[in-house]
Design a protein around this ligand. Structure first.
Ligand code: ATP
Ligand code: MG
Length: 375
């Protein structure tokens, strides 16, 4: 039995190395990730070669999965290679155009651009990103992935932003369904358009359908009185349920809202949007990072006291902080234009703007989310 123990040990080690590689890759440490993947590959290959025939093939398949991860990092690709399926793509794009939606792209935002929200990121990595990147492997571990995901929380906390980062991470097209842009065009055609939308998304896979402000799209049914609207919601629920029951999927459905208590409860039942994630306002560390990320884009940024700014912005959202940085830079720019003298943006310029705008998140609002989440 010594040989078999040895094989098990190798597989065990290879799995750990693979997980290490995934982690390093997600952190952007390409060289480290490569080392991990390569070591995992070699061990798995040794294990496969020493395995009895019935297990050998399966293990060789795993070697190939690891090797493709290695190659992906090596070639500096961020995800599985895109297939050449231009017909399928253009058909999907045409369908989206018919229902008034923009041509979807793979967003440029990455997880590194998202400050804080570590719990949210981990949940998303475990439930969407890794299972989608390492499909076969996730099946080996019986990881059930997918389910519609609902992100909820105060305005401007990075919900839309993080969904774009997910799409980037899994190289999926981001199909943005924003109810504001739909209402006029979808009037009376909701049911039909929903089915077109899901057909398009399948053609465009890997893709993410993102329902922004889902509360406006599927309000509690007692508040939406028309039969057509009710049928539309039923159709949406059907489609979501259908997608979620597919095992090997390349299509994700993510919704976001500021008002989770206003959504039709049927949406939140198991098999639908049953993964609910609270996206909280940035804590002090995240606020510091958001200031830093935004000011890093400003060439004329001086020596800024980021700790002080973070302390002074309790209750301000990520979007508020982005605005503060832009406004402060704009003010100094205007001053430079008028005076003809250039100077750097300083801490005091940012503090001035902070003093002039109110935080968008207050304790009352937070307690409403707490109540909804039951904590
Ligand atoms: N955690 C964060 N890290 C970095 N930037 C952030 C973060 N949160 C918000 N921002 C900045 O604020 C902007 C607005 O965020 P986003 O649109 O994702 O908020 P939201 O939660 O979707 O808001 P709403 O509920 O109003 O739709 C982003 O484009 C980003 O620049
Ligand atoms: Mg948003």
């Amino acid at each position: 039995m010594r040989v078999l123990d040895d094989i098990d040990e190798k597989i065990d080690k290879a799995t750990k190395l693979l997980q290490g590689g995934i982690k390093e890759e997600s952190l952007g440490h390409k060289d480290k990730a490569k080392e991990y993947y390569f070591a995992a590959y070699r061990l798995m290959l040794e294990a496969a070669n020493a395995s009895p025939p019935d297990l050998k093939k399966k293990r060789l398949d795993q070697c190939n999965i690891i090797l493709s991860a290695y190659q992906r990092v090596n070639e500096n690709r961020t995800a599985p290679a895109e297939e050449k399926t231009s017909d399928r793509i253009s058909e999907g794009e045409a369908l989206l155009e018919e229902i008034g939606l923009e041509k979807p792209e793979i967003p440029k935002v990455t997880f590194e651009d998202v400050a804080g929200l570590d719990d949210v990121k981990n949940e998303i990595l475990g439930k969407i990103v890794y299972p989608m990147k390492f499909k076969e492997l996730s099946q080996e571990y019986n990881i059930q992935f997918g389910g519609g995901m609902l992100l909820y929380g105060p305005p401007g906390t990075g919900k839309t932003f993080i969904v774009k980062a997910i799409a980037n991470e899994v190289r999926a097209r981001f199909i943005n369904v924003n109810p504001a842009s739909l209402y006029s065009q979808w009037f009376g055609m909701f049911e039909k358009n929903i089915s077109k939308l899901f057909r398009a998304a399948a053609l465009l896979s890997p893709s993410i359908i993102f329902f922004d402000e889902i509360d406006a799209l599927v309000p509690k049914r007692d508040t939406s009185n028309s039969d057509a609207a009710k049928r539309g919601v039923a159709q949406l629920l059907n489609e979501v349920g259908g997608i979620n029951s597919q095992k090997n999927k390349n299509l994700f459905i993510i919704a976001a809202t500021n008002n989770p208590w206003e959504i039709d409860e049927a949406m939140l039942r198991p098999g639908r949007f049953d993964i609910k994630i609270y996206v909280p306002p940035p804590d002090i560390i995240a606020r510091k990072k958001i200031f830093e990320l935004n000011m890093a884009k400003v060439k004329q940024a001086g020596n800024i006291d980021y700790n002080l700014l973070a302390q002074q912005t309790e209750g301000y959202s990520g979007a508020d902080i982005e605005f503060i940085c832009k406004k402060a830079s704009q003010n100094v720019f205007m001053e430079a234009v008028k005076s003809g003298k250039q100077r750097q943006v300083e801490t005091r310029d940012l503090l001035d703007v902070i003093g002039s705008i109110k935080p968008s998140i207050d304790a009352d609002l937070l307690s409403k989310y707490r109540e909804f989440a039951g904590f």
